[in-house]
Ligand binder design. Structure first.
Ligand SMILES: NC(=O)c1ccc[n+]([C@@H]2O[C@H](COP(=O)([O-])OP(=O)(O)OC[C@H]3O[C@@H](n4cnc5c(N)ncnc54)[C@H](OP(=O)(O)O)[C@@H]3O)[C@@H](O)[C@H]2O)c1
Length: 331
């Protein structure tokens, strides 16, 4: 089937400036961690990418190891780019990362220059691209000098293989150090990608301030706590859901009674706002203007459409925020 992007694709999306940079990102971006691998079915996930682009999602987030098997999400995305988006590459912000275990031996993990540069070369081949827009250090590496890791990110810009640098899951102090180094190399850090949701709020304890002060954008990953912050698990663990899959990163034992009690109460507040819980969870993150974008995953176009509808109501009454806080803190 042929794909023709919608003429109206930029009419409804909201874009935010990513820190102090020249880049606007859609407030909702799409991640390809799950559901786009070699184990998944091509045509349905191809249509998720179509739906995303038609809705103004210009930012697609990958990593070397996304699949399973590792590398297959990049390969599949590359195929889709070639088939459907050849004349739209310049409308897209495509990111990839290296930092987690990718190949055997001492050079396929963490943050050495050797690993990062080799991995980006592999990612470009898999996606059939000349460059990515953002190349991330996927996680901090306690065993490698930060100068080496940041120097490697900077040199991928200097070689034209990436346009911007990003870091993921770096805590506040290390983020400041990374930002200082990248500034000194004249390749300032564009963006930080931390886990951030109603259920995972470590970034509020210092990191967001560092990002704000340094003009670094924030893109929140797993904003729906991998599906927990939706109505999906209200009545148990459905077949085919991430928590039901052996390869899924959400374990069934994380769907606890205590969590589902909170989810049920949050769902009640969402209903009063005429929103789904997923929509409210996304809006809740975007209330902080320092959050440039919320990086959702989706296993169907219906889920993506549900998530996109959060744009209709991003505002919260003071009373709603108080009630949400009470549920998150005390249950
Ligand atoms: N930097 C890092 O270390 C890191 C780590 C993790 C993720 N990420 C990035 O963040 C992206 C998103 O992560 P994530 O997939 O964990 O995000 P998420 O949005 O929290 O979870 C996505 C999952 O939630 C379920 N879902 C989504 N929308 C739904 C809806 N409207 N109603 C019901 N269920 C819904 C689906 O699960 P089912 O499959 O069960 O349907 C979907 O696969 C990744 O693709 C990746 O790009 C980065």
């Amino acid at each position: 089937m042929d794909y023709q992007p919608s003429e109206k694709r930029y009419s409804d999306m909201i874009y935010r400036r990513c820190g102090k940079s020249g880049i606007d990102l859609p407030v909702i971006s799409l991640g390809l961690w799950h559901n786009f691998g070699g184990v998944d079915t091509f045509e349905p996930f191809r249509k998720i990418i179509w739906k995303a682009f038609d809705a103004g999602i210009t930012h697609f987030d990958l990593a070397n190891n996304y699949g399973p098997p590792p590398g297959s999400a990049e390969e599949n995305f590359g195929r889709i780019l070639k088939m459907d988006f050849q004349s739209h590459r310049d409308e897209m912000i495509i990111s990839t990362k290296a930092g987690w275990d990718m190949w055997p031996g001492p050079y396929g993990d963490f943050g050495s220059r050797k690993y990062l540069i080799a991995s980006l070369n592999q990612s470009l081949k898999r996606m059939q691209l000349d460059y990515v827009d953002i190349f991330y250090s996927h996680r901090p590496d306690p065993f490698t000098p930060l100068e080496e890791t940041m120097g490697a990110l900077a040199s991928t810009i200097n070689s034209g293989k990436s346009l911007y640098t990003g870091i993921s899951s770096y805590e506040a102090e290390r983020t400041q150090q990374a930002a200082d180094l990248l500034k000194s190399y004249r390749t300032p850090c564009l963006i930080h990608q931390p886990q951030y949701s109603m259920f995972e709020r470590w970034v509020e304890d210092g990191l967001m301030n560092v990002l704000g002060e340094n003009g670094i954008g924030c893109i929140a990953f797993s904003p729906l706590a991998q599906g927990l912050l939706t109505n999906k698990y209200l009545n148990g663990i459905p077949e085919g859901s991430r928590a039901a899959k052996v390869t899924g990163f959400l374990q069934a034992n994380e769907v606890t009674v205590e969590r589902i009690e909170k989810v049920t109460k949050l769902n009640g507040i969402a209903k009063n706002r005429n929103q789904s819980l997923a929509q409210m969870a996304i809006a809740w993150l975007l209330k902080d203007e320092r959050v440039t974008s919320v990086l959702v995953g989706a296993s169907s176009t219906e889920q993506l459409v549900d998530n996109l509808a959060s744009l209709a109501n991003l505002k919260f009454q003071h009373e709603e925020l108080k009630m949400i806080e009470e549920i998150l803190t005390n249950g």
